[in-house]
Ligand binder design. Sequence first.
Ligand SMILES: C[S@@+](CC[C@H](N)C(=O)[O-])C[C@H]1O[C@@H](n2cnc3c(N)ncnc32)[C@H](O)[C@@H]1O
Length: 196
Amino acid sequence: MIPKLDEWPYTLVVDVSEPLINEDPYSYFSFQMPEYPVSVARFVESRIKPTTHPNVLDLFAGQGAMALELQKRGWEPGNMHCVDRSLPKIPPVPESNFHTFNLVNLATIIRTAGIRKQLESLDSFLPKKVADLRGKFDLVTAIQSEMHDDYTLFALGWYFLASGGVLVPDSHRLTPEVFGYNFFEQKTSHGLIYKK
Ligand SMILES: C[S@@+](CC[C@H](N)C(=O)[O-])C[C@H]1O[C@@H](n2cnc3c(N)ncnc32)[C@H](O)[C@@H]1O
């Protein structure tokens, strides 16, 4: 039996109000393995432009390597948002916006709301600063998210993407019909584009 959203304890812990500095050694992954964000950014830039998809959200952002790659390719720092549960030590793009949310808990709430047909009241269970970002992004990326749970990633993409926005995870994923992505564009070794 799935609890109702208002009985769901995770609603209390989406917001990380006193974030720590990110000490996770894997948060540097893309600085240690730069071919990852570089290949995803190249993949993005060959199909998507800062003029057509200006507003970017990088999920599980770690120390911010993806934002740096997109900035090099013309995306405006002020239009870039990064989310992780912890803060980067030295943000490589200081003018970008960094948020600390627990993304796994957020995805759990989104999925629960979907299963319980409570999506229309979902935002009332979320911190305002999360709900304010809903549907705002033309491009959502997730590099080495550690969340090899496709439903987590697709639920987050579904929530944050504007209509017509695209989700670019870093590896091949299962087909996410359940969240209403209806367009599968292309597959490369480090990228897929899903369009909402
Ligand atoms: C392997 S690192 C990848 C970092 C970055 N994307 C890169 O490629 O360099 C995974 C990141 O996910 C973050 N993370 C793990 N669980 C999380 C959660 N529940 N909510 C938000 N961030 C989380 C960690 O703090 C870590 O920075």
